[in-house]
Design a protein around this ligand. Sequence first.
Ligand code: DX5
Ligand code: ZN
Length: 226
Amino acid sequence: MELPRAPRINPSILAADFVNMQAELARIATADFAHVDVMDNHFVPNLTFGPQMVQRIQETSPIPLDVHLMITDPERWAPGYAELGAASVTFHLEASGDPISLARRLRDIGSRAGVAVRPDTPVEGLFPVLDEFDQILVMTVEPGFGGQGFRSETLPKLRALADEARRRGSRVWLQVDGGISDDTIVQAAEAGADTFVAGSAVYGADDVEAAVTRLRERARAASLEG
Ligand code: DX5
Ligand code: ZN
């Protein structure tokens, strides 16, 4: 599969109408990946989809899936999402006993492997092992709910990751998720993010396709300057 180039815009279907999922997926056909938030009511205090629903989303989506697992025990569940065909599977560092082994399993199955960190989780421990992952997700809100405000205190972490990736010549993608809008996407892109999840900013717009285009253009302009 040819991979979409940066800046990538991944609409979060958490903000979509769950009972019209097929139509909601069709609306984001010009975006890069459909971001699928899996929550287990344990790692986070909210509950969304499981493997059966994600399987149908995979069969229905016009664009590849970027699955974000906000779940306990990703060692048990994450490989199943790679097996059903998700292009990218991201689990939380805080939930994993052995993130490197899990990332290797995901890659062996054929998916991209991502690791996510909550806003307060340090990232220095990832520096020596950056290339074990295809994507690092820096959460810019506390995971669990859409529609929260962007936490700009996470930006130094993003900058540190971007510097380290550059220093090492790493091709790892740097993703942000939470509170991404026309304004905050500029800050995140300047700090080095290349992959942007947006829920309410996309599905809350009157014209979803125009919102995706605008976010992409604003991120592109900011990263050229940054
Ligand atoms: C939050 C989820 C996000 C959420 C983002 O826990 O991981 O993907 O959908 O929603 P917005 O863009 O509305 O902050
Ligand atoms: Zn998410």
